[in-house]
Design a protein around this ligand. Structure first.
Ligand SMILES: [Fe+2]
Length: 427
């Protein structure tokens, strides 16, 4: 793009538009016009992205065919000592996902798993459980796999632990968190995003979860902040698109919905509370951070109906599928075998899925703990998290089930350490 060209502005909707189809047509027309004004066609810009992503897909397939590991693995001890090898860091940034070995001591993780069982049983959770309250995980039957429990002592101890804080700070630093005189987030302060736990018992048959994205839906194209965050995709400078640039990611709104996440997460994550073999219905990713550019530009091609964003719509998870994105599937890669105490992390824009399993061997237990560094968006959400913590309520991003309000053995205010107090915005 030459500097003297003034690109036409984009229409934007800071709240979800009432007429989604009309807004989709309007923003797609404007995006195409904006890209055209820079002197390249949408097809040319998309071809650049496609080539970049295809090279990664081909590399991942080749690595797998050589029998080598796809997922980067780093020992917690190296993160704590500051001795992570440069090659390991480079692979983390290339793949956008990571297993941290020994994040938590193995015995500690197993003991947390037992404490979680004691916590829910002591509160007669299974007798009182009313069934899944959201449609996302609604297929699991009467005894849950996903427990709507947020405030147990093990979860809070893990969230506020020094070890978790070190891993989060390391991961946050893979992002560019300051630019143009703005600090977009604080890499050394996490907002303790409360999420649930999963305990999937031996013998489980599960259809898994299809490939999808978590960062949002139509707002990714339609709000001013996201249009700025993805500016290089929309102004013809796609070669400069950087999946690790946090500029404009940490300020804007999300469209409300049952699948929404109010906070900015550099990485999604969980900490394993049981050993899990790689073929027992585990997490998979398309480990290509730049695939986000492909997903964002794909709807602008001529074969997609004008009122369709390749199936993305509010109140539903962002789908990734063989109709629009068949090129990506060969790169879908599962985690290696993990032990209780290992943690798994994946870039917030990363395509992921959970594989199906029949007659699962062993347990499949995790605590969902992401990296959600302090920033305007997360500070805003922290106010409602504080209130949910103090009252034992379900956090506002999740169904209003509130099982723990009457559970007296939940984690208490006095149990917070400095990290916990800072994370909840109490200090
Ligand atoms: Fe997800």
């Amino acid at each position: 793009m030459s500097a003297h060209v003034t690109l036409p502005p984009l229409p934007h909707w800071e709240q979800a538009p009432v007429d989604l189809a009309a807004a989709t047509r309007q923003v797609k027309r404007a995006l195409r016009a904006r890209i055209a004004a820079c002197g390249r066609t949408v097809e040319e810009v998309f071809a650049v992205v496609e080539q970049r992503v295809r090279a990664e897909v081909d590399e991942i397939v080749a690595v797998r065919e050589r029998g080598e590991a796809i997922w980067p693995v780093i020992d917690y001890a190296d993160i704590e000592a500051g001795t992570v090898p440069d090659e390991a860091r480079a692979l983390l940034r290339r793949r956008g996902c990571l297993i941290v070995r020994g994040h938590v001591d193995h015995e500690q993780a197993l003991s947390w798993d037992r404490e979680l069982v004691d916590y829910v049983e002591s509160n007669r959770f299974f007798e009182n459980y009313a069934g899944p309250a959201d449609d996302f995980f609604g297929s699991v039957g009467s005894r849950p796999e996903i427990y709507p429990v947020y405030w147990s002592p093990p979860q809070m101890q893990a969230r506020q632990s020094d070890r978790t804080a070190r891993v989060q700070a390391f991961l946050n630093r893979q992002w560019k968190h300051a630019s143009a005189g703005v600090q977009w987030f604080d890499p050394d302060r996490d907002s303790l995003y409360p999420d649930r736990i999963r305990r999937r018992p031996p013998g489980t048959n599960s259809a898994g979860l299809g490939t999808h994205l978590d960062p949002g839906t139509l707002e990714l194209w339609m709000t001013q902040d996201y249009q700025r965050a993805f500016r290089h995709l929309f102004d013809g400078t796609v070669e400069q698109y950087d999946p690790w640039d946090a500029a404009h990611r940490t300020t804007g709104p999300q469209y409300p919905g049952t699948t929404m996440c109010s906070v900015f997460r550099t990485f999604q994550g969980w900490t394993a509370l049981s050993d899990m073999a790689h073929d027992q219905g585990v997490l998979h990713t398309v480990p290509i951070p730049a695939a986000m550019a492909y997903l964002m530009l794909r709807p602008l091609l001529a074969d997609v109906p004008d009122d369709d964003m390749c199936g993305v719509t509010i109140n539903q998870t962002f789908p990734v599928n063989d109709t629009w994105h068949p090129m990506l599937r060969p790169a879908l890669s599962g985690i290696p075998d993990v032990r209780a105490g290992d943690s798994a992390w994946w870039h917030c824009d990363m395509i992921h899925s959970v594989a199906p399993v029949r007659d699962q061997r062993g347990w499949g237990n995790v605590m969902y703990i992401p990296a959600a560094p302090w920033c305007p968006r997360n500070e805003h959400y922290a106010a409602s998290v504080r209130n949910a913590f103090l009252t034992g309520s379900s956090p506002s991003d999740f169904p209003a089930e509130h099982y723990e309000r009457s559970w007296t053995n939940r984690f208490q205010l006095d149990d917070l350490n400095d990290t916990g107090r800072r994370g909840l915005g109490l200090d």
